[in-house]
Write a protein that binds this ligand. Structure first.
Ligand SMILES: NC(=O)c1ccc[n+]([C@@H]2O[C@H](COP(=O)([O-])OP(=O)(O)OC[C@H]3O[C@@H](n4cnc5c(N)ncnc54)[C@H](O)[C@@H]3O)[C@@H](O)[C@H]2O)c1
Length: 293
């Protein structure tokens, strides 16, 4: 199993490190526009695997031949949010990065399953297909599992633990949906409201503290997707998927070929309206990129 991680920054390096230490692949490639940065991460991670005597080959650089024959490519290259920025402020900056990276992925790893992390996530998921022509079942956006982890973090801070099936669905922006239909823990109305607010604010709170976006928990979300693919788990995860003219969060079953089934969301009328609004916003942002790139 060969996995390539594009972008050796905070999220990319954390993905590569976690993949290596969990022994999920036997070959790992790390690519960044800053070749020495990627090489240094690869060397450091390769030395970490020696600590545990894990037989993993790790290479890094800016040369896309390193990505050849990857089974999975995790895309993390691009700018993260800075204080005061929304994920949407990154639209054109990261779409340009995505276009150049995807041309190389298409050339060197045409059979890979693509895990997208770069923000604004739902827009990038849709554009990744436009730039690669990959089947939509082979492009999966990671964000729902991060938002769900933040939800369970808030619940367990309050209640001591959280149901592992509680999840956040819908778009990866301020209109993410925290629905009682998907929260399996018993919460009063006040508790539900406070936990929803804190979960939605989880990303911004991190940006406020350190001036950039979170990385360990997002990396864990990407690794969870890799694991579901590698182990053919048919695991239900909250992921961004390509739909008709846009991409947005759905619950989908993840297995060896990528997305094997997408489920309709079970939402109340007002939640459905909110989902529709966020989908329209995503479609508008896609159009903006298409007209301005
Ligand atoms: N989906 C999510 O839930 C989620 C969570 C956190 C962060 N993110 C997003 O992930 C992305 C990366 O975040 P980060 O914190 O790792 O940022 P970072 O700045 O630490 O790392 C980004 C890396 O991308 C590299 N890069 C830039 N352009 C490139 C190109 N053309 N080719 C190859 N590499 C290139 C940079 O050199 C840098 O090393 C951001 O867009 C961020 O918003 C998404």
């Amino acid at each position: 199993m060969k996995i390539s991680v594009i972008g050796a920054g905070n999220v990319g390096a954390s993905v590569a490190y976690a993949l290596a230490l969990r022994g999920l692949c036997d070959e790992l490639a790390i690519i960044d526009i800053f070749a020495n940065h990627a090489k240094s991460k690869a060397m450091d991670i390769a030395q970490s695997t020696q600590v545990f005597n894990l037989p993993i080959k790790v290479n890094g650089g800016d040369d896309y031949t390193l990505v050849s024959k990857s089974d999975i490519v995790v895309m993390t290259a691009g700018s993260p949010r800075k204080p005061g920025q929304s994920r949407e402020d990154l639209l054109l900056i990261n779409a340009k990065v995505l276009k150049s990276v995807m041309e190389n992925v298409k050339t060197y790893a045409p059979n890979a399953i693509l895990i997208m992390v770069t923000n604004p996530l739902d827009v990038m998921v849709y554009l990744a297909q436009k730039f690669t022509g990959f089947k939509s079942s082979k492009i999966i956006g990671m964000a729902g599992e991060l938002d769900s982890a933040r939800l369970r973090y808030e619940i367990s801070n309050l209640k001591g633990d959280a149901d592992s099936k509680s999840m956040v669905v819908g778009a990866h922006n301020d209109k993410m949906i925290i629905s009682k239909n998907y929260v399996k823990d018993a919460l009063s109305d006040d508790e539900f409201k406070n936990i929803s607010d804190d979960t939605k604010n989880g990303g911004a709170k991190f940006v406020e503290l350190v001036g950039t976006s979170a990385f360990y928990a997002p990396a864990a979300g990407a690794v969870k997707l890799c694991e579901a693919i590698i182990k053919d788990k048919k695991e239900l995860q909250s992921v961004s998927v390509i739909l008709d003219g846009f991409a947005c969060g759905r619950v989908a079953s993840i297995a060896k070929d990528g997305i094997c089934e997408i489920f309709e969301l079970n939402l109340t009328q007002s939640e459905q309206e909110k989902l529709k609004e966020s989908q329209e916003e995503i479609a508008k942002n896609i159009k903006f990129v298409e007209e301005n790139l």
